[in-house]
Design a protein. Sequence first.
Length: 243
Amino acid sequence: MDINKKFLNILNFKDKIQVLDIGAAAISETPIYKILYDKSLCILHIFEGDNRHIEKLKEIYSNNVKFYNDFLFDGSTQKVYVASPGSGMTSLFKPKLNALKFFNGFEDIGKIHKINAIQTKSLDSIKILPNIDFMKLDIQGSELTVLKNGIKKINDCLAIQLEVPFFCLYENQPSFGEVDFWMRSQGYIPHKFLEIKRWSISPTIINKNFRYPGNQLLESDIIYIKDPLEIKKLSKEQLKKFC
């Protein structure tokens, strides 16, 4: 039994944890909340606006899951730049061609096949969605906008995992510094980097494989947690499910 399972076994959860995954397309990684789902400790809310991923997600998740086929942003009408489903690069932000060319293979990986006009929703406008305990976002640059328009829903959120760029691939994409500044302003502090993605710079190819990473930082998932001083301000009602 690994340390995560041992830890879960000693906790006495009063209620199921409300987990929100925005941009949940299962490209390659296993989400860190999967152990909570497998042990029926959470109710999972999945937002995935790209219809091409919905059936696969439904194959993976069946019980205690609520699906929302919406693009979250700020409630405005936006363009969605559609890349191949396996690229993970479909975005509400337009790719920067010069930025894609900087990395080996990205001009092809990030190629846009079509542009659609879509109506987005704000997180706070989803009335049937409960307040969230843990949140994961991976939406190619839209993370900060979604957070800014979802403050009520994440008011009690204890941990947030989001993808942050070290090198912006999209026009007007918020940088890691911008995201980090806002998260700290909301009472969150960095807890842990997950996998830090590096990539090789064009035209340098290592080991005859353009996917072999060089030293250039590209992006990473990072987990933010409530500042311990902020947690002390939470009410007993907010904390009781973890006691």
